[in-house]
Design a binder for this molecule. Structure first.
Ligand code: ZN
Length: 715
């Protein structure tokens, strides 16, 4: 392939820190001007490996593990490592120069990787390798890796007759275009709507910070055309979540809630213009049908009955029917609790709020009032018990106890002085892995929290072992005035969550890149270790050890803990039904729904809702027109995976619970979790790992119990 960037001279590459990342990345030496020369050279190196495989295929040379997998892994690893460092820096230490260099290289790097998946010669090489006699002697992990590769090629259309390939490519393009249009319409409708309030009395009940933000938004808004600018105070509300939701949750003004609610649920629909949030051409109704038709056609070309089946091929769930059964069972079990939630809410709203009839725009409002009446506690009060050093010590103690490892401070060049570096050792002192911990929000750092692999565990062809390295990134409040940072309980949960991903990546014992750590793990199973780790943040025995009041040093009081748990499970029945309806609608649309039939997408969504939920879908609601997860994101026929992962992680955690003790830090169970799940990475189907750990198939009981929805739970 030819590259658009200029050829780097050897001199330009001398001392370029991105050219050799076999050790830890020298973050202190990497400059934006290193990026383009290094990526150009590393892409050439990677392309040489591809050329080699293509030449082998043309010459009909034998396909061996070395000539196919090792050649490609060794040839592309430099590019993949360097690009991961660049992408990482772009996320955590953004500067205009870095962003420019990243943006300049992104299209060609993306194109290179996408090209591998479409390369017919590579596909033939993998097939030949899989068919070879020597391959039968390979480890199960390596066989799984090759199966995954072949599956990826097949789903990408590699087995299609030549005549069908252009149409297949066209379907992909049209889907991308339509998905983009779908999310653009949602965004346009959300951005366009504005509600200006001129009388502060109408805003009763809203928290001060919400009002202040609305006031600020109104100051920035241009005066209406033809209207003289005036100095009357005004408040502007939009359909963006931080503006819209507090109105639904807190505004005493019922008419205001109703107005905002109706505008919100009619976005990107035929009703949009009527409710002041957009234009007729932003209606997503036709796009949803188009996308469903395109996906059905794609599935049929690939030899499947529907898109639901295609979506599940690389996932842990087997069939759409299995998913629907799973969802129906959850709905049935949650149903009585949802009815109780609703009854309590109605009684409370009638008795305390004077709302005899609960309308859709009253639900969030009444729920918030009920929650406050029952479980009110101050987030700020809880925060005082979670100073950073105590939390980190507690987290490390959990990991060390469960998995018989030691976590020690270590040193490495980093991208910011706040970043810390640790090593994970076996009980005997062998280095297993290392990780960077970057906890605080700051300018130039992308929001949110995530784990990413800096380096994957890998046995090089020469026999040398590369140990894994992880990035653990959060956006918590930095320490202030010489005092340690105080974390909210949500932040503590986030930290445990990302550490769960980190452990999956770092404690693997696999040595082939494609199945090492998180690589090759099914998409609907990848959240198992992360959500599993969250459970410890709700365990009294753990919290007692992990908390110390910033002033008094006292651990979290039991009474406050009990309130936190009760608040977590508040309206668990209603929330479960909501998620189940979304997931079941998604799966129906992608399996048994006919986009050319008489039933509209809206009617289908209504039918599913009214069959499974205790609340009917409001007449005005067009929420399906903004279901971006399935129409614009990667969740088509995959929305169920949220609940699925919760079930897996709760059930895995239940293995640590023992009626005889409150302590779940049981090393003998931890050892099994380590051996059967964390160490195995993607080397075998997730269901096999789960069975090996649990001794049976996953069950929904533990999740129901943890959410306060089981026979024994007090009501
Ligand atoms: Zn996660």
């Amino acid at each position: 392939m030819t590259s658009s960037a200029s050829q780097p001279s050897t001199a330009a590459l001398a001392g370029n820190p991105l050219m050799d990342l076999s050790g830890l990345a020298p973050f202190d030496a990497i400059r934006p001007e290193h990026i383009t020369p290094a990526i150009t050279a590393l892409m050439e190196r990677a392309q040489k490996a591809v050329d080699k495989l293509e030449a082998d295929q043309a010459a009909d040379a034998p396909a061996t593990w070395q000539s196919v997998v090792e050649t490609l892994d060794e040839g592309t690893e430099g590019l993949s490592r360097a690009w991961s460092v660049v992408g990482h820096l772009n996320s955590v230490a953004d500067t205009p120069e870095l962003r420019a260099a990243y943006g300049e290289n992104l299209p060609r790097v993306t194109e290179f990787w996408a090209g591998l998946g479409q390369n017919q010669a590579l596909y033939e090489r993998y097939k030949k390798l899989a068919a070879s006699k020597a391959f039968q002697q390979q480890t199960p992990a390596r066989k799984k890796l090759i199966e995954n590769e072949l599956r990826g090629f097949r789903l990408g259309g590699a087995e299609l007759p030549e005549a069908d390939k252009p149409r297949f490519a066209e379907i992909q393009e049209q889907q991308a275009t339509q998905s983009k249009a779908f999310s653009d319409h949602v965004l346009d409708a959300t951005n366009t709507y504005a509600l200006i309030v001129r009388d502060e009395a109408e805003l009763a009940g809203l928290p001060d910070d919400v009002k202040e933000a609305a006031r600020e938004a109104a100051r920035k808004a241009p005066a209406k055309e033809g209207e003289a600018p005036d100095d009357t105070p005004a408040w502007k509300f939009t359909l963006h979540f931080p503006s819209y939701f507090p109105v639904l949750q807190y505004a005493d003004n019922r008419a205001l809630r109703q107005t905002m609610y109706k505008a919100h649920v009619t976005r990107a629909s035929e009703l949009g213009p009527e409710y002041g949030q957009g234009q007729a051409e932003w209606d997503n109704t036709a796009i949803m049908l188009d996308l469903l038709r395109l996906r059905r056609e794609e599935a049929r070309l690939l030899g499947y009955a529907n898109y639901g089946q295609v979506s599940l091929v690389p996932k842990m769930a087997d069939t759409p029917e299995q998913v629907q059964t799973f969802l129906a069972e959850l709905a049935e079990r949650a149903h009585p609790y949802a009815e109780r939630d609703l009854r309590e809410l109605r009684e409370f709203a009638a008795a305390k709020l004077g709302l005899a009839e609960l309308e859709p725009w009253d639900i969030a409002y009444a729920s918030e009032k009920l929650r406050q009446a029952r479980y009110a506690f101050s987030e700020n009060e809880v925060k005082q018990y979670f100073p950073e050093p105590k939390v980190l010590t507690g987290l490390f103690k959990v990991i060390e106890t469960l998995f018989s490892v030691r976590i020690r401070p270590d040193s490495a060049p980093a991208w910011h002085p706040d970043v810390r570096f640790f090593r994970v050792e076996s009980a005997a002192g062998t280095l297993l892995a290392q990780f960077y911990l970057d906890l605080y929000a700051r300018e130039g750092k992308r929001g949110g929290a995530w784990m990413d692999d800096a380096r994957t565990r890998y046995r090089r062809p020469g026999g040398q072992l590369q140990t894994p390295v992880a990035y653990l990134i959060c956006n918590f409040t930095p320490p202030n005035g010489g005092k340690p940072s105080l974390f909210t309980h949500d932040e503590v949960i986030t930290l445990f969550h990302e550490c769960g991903h980190g452990l999956h990546h770092m404690l693997t014992q696999m040595e082939d890149l494609g199945v090492s750590g998180i690589n090759g793990v099914e998409w609907d199973a990848v959240e198992l270790p992360s959500q599993f780790m969250e459970n410890f943040c709700w365990e009294w025995a753990v919290l007692e050890q992990m908390t110390a009041h910033a002033e008094t040093g006292e651990p979290l009081p039991r009474a406050l803990y009990d309130k936190m748990v009760a608040a977590k499970n508040f309206q668990g029945g209603l929330m479960t039904l909501r998620q189940v309806v979304l997931a079941a609608t998604d799966m129906h649309l992608h399996t048994d729904y006919d986009p050319d039939g008489a039933q509209s997408v809206l009617a289908l969504s209504r039918a599913v809702n009214d069959r499974m939920h205790v609340l009917p879908q409001p007449e005005v609601s067009r929420w399906i027109n903004t279901f971006s997860h399935i129409f614009a994101g990667g969740y088509s026929a995959g929305y169920y995976s949220y609940k699925w992962a919760e079930v897996l992680s709760a059930d895995a955690y239940a293995a640590f619970e023992d009626a005889a003790t409150e302590d779940t830090l049981r090393p003998e169970v931890g050892e099994r979790f380590l051996r059967e799940i964390l160490q195995m990475g993607g080397s075998r189907p997730a269901i096999e790992s789960f069975r090996a750990f649990r001794g049976r198939d996953p069950s929904i009981e533990a999740l129901l119990r943890h959410s306060g929805m089981s026979e024994t739970a007090e009501s």
